[in-house]
Write a protein that binds this ligand. Structure first.
Ligand code: URA
Length: 248
């Protein structure tokens, strides 16, 4: 346990930290990864970059700060370093895998429209998904007058005549659909390689379907850790980091 930022600042002021053999009493002193930092008698490593995987909960916005609404960075708490930001965006009502880092270069590469990084989603769709929609997604759905999405893989997992409450509870606060789901509910998986605003919702809308719940389950070869409950996060493992760097 490294302690909170506040606790660490106090320890530094008390002289418990040395940098290259010199006592450091200024918590704001800049260090690099080549400096030798000793804290309470033990060598510690300075990490320039941090990489987290979060299971974004429903009702939280993907931003660093906001005056009115809770952001994904608020979830990390006051104890976080100030230069972190989310990689890309999930809608307020979308849950699932979100990367958070302070590595601007990596984020830029992952989000570059030229890289076509894979993003995989699980969704519940109001209505029946058939071969027609699967073929349309495969060809590329036109979502705006001047924008046709790249080919995407759509897979129907299950179809139920009637939605059950659990369909929506599984994503906890996900909104229940407006209609009574007369046509039943399709559970699907879809992979896209772009990141247009509301892309998945727009793709289904252009096929006359409504997305009831949306969850991102993979990004750039990294899968959402099933052990993370909504609102929980953890450091990326070194294997996951290697996968990320390979994907861009
Ligand atoms: N597509 C959407 O419509 N919303 C998201 O949050 C992500 C992809």
């Amino acid at each position: 346990n490294r302690g909170t930022r506040k606790e660490l600042k106090e320890k530094i002021k008390k002289g418990s930290v040395t940098v290259n053999g010199q006592v450091c009493s200024d918590p704001g002193q800049a260090v690099t990864d080549t400096d030798e930092i000793v804290f309470d008698g033990k060598i510690v490593k300075y990490y320039k970059y941090e990489y987290y995987m979060m299971n974004k909960p429903w009702g939280v916005i993907t931003a660093t700060e906001d005056h009115r609404q809770k952001t994904v960075l608020d979830i990390l708490g006051a104890d976080r370093r100030k230069d972190l930001f989310p990689v890309g965006r999930l809608d307020k009502d979308t849950v699932g895998l979100l990367l958070i880092t302070n590595d601007g270069k990596l984020s830029h590469r992952l989000l570059s429209p030229k890289k076509h990084v894979d993003k995989e989603y699980y969704a519940l769709i109001d209505g029946k998904i058939t071969e027609k929609e699967i073929a349309a997604f495969k060809k590329g759905v036109r979502i705006e007058d001047d924008f046709t999405a790249l080919p995407a893989e759509l897979e129907l997992l299950t179809y139920r005549n009637k939605a059950v409450e659990n369909d929506f509870l599984c994503l906890r606060k996900s909104k229940a659909p407006k209609s009574d789901l007369q046509d039943g509910v399709s559970e699907i998986r879809v992979t896209i390689r772009e990141g247009k605003f509301h892309q998945i919702k727009k793709m289904f809308k252009s096929c006359q379907n409504e997305v009831c719940t949306l969850k991102r389950i993979a990004f750039a070869g990294i899968e959402l850790d099933q052990k993370l409950a909504l609102g929980e996060y953890r450091d990326l493992t070194s294997t996951e980091l290697i996968t990320l760097f390979k994907h861009c």
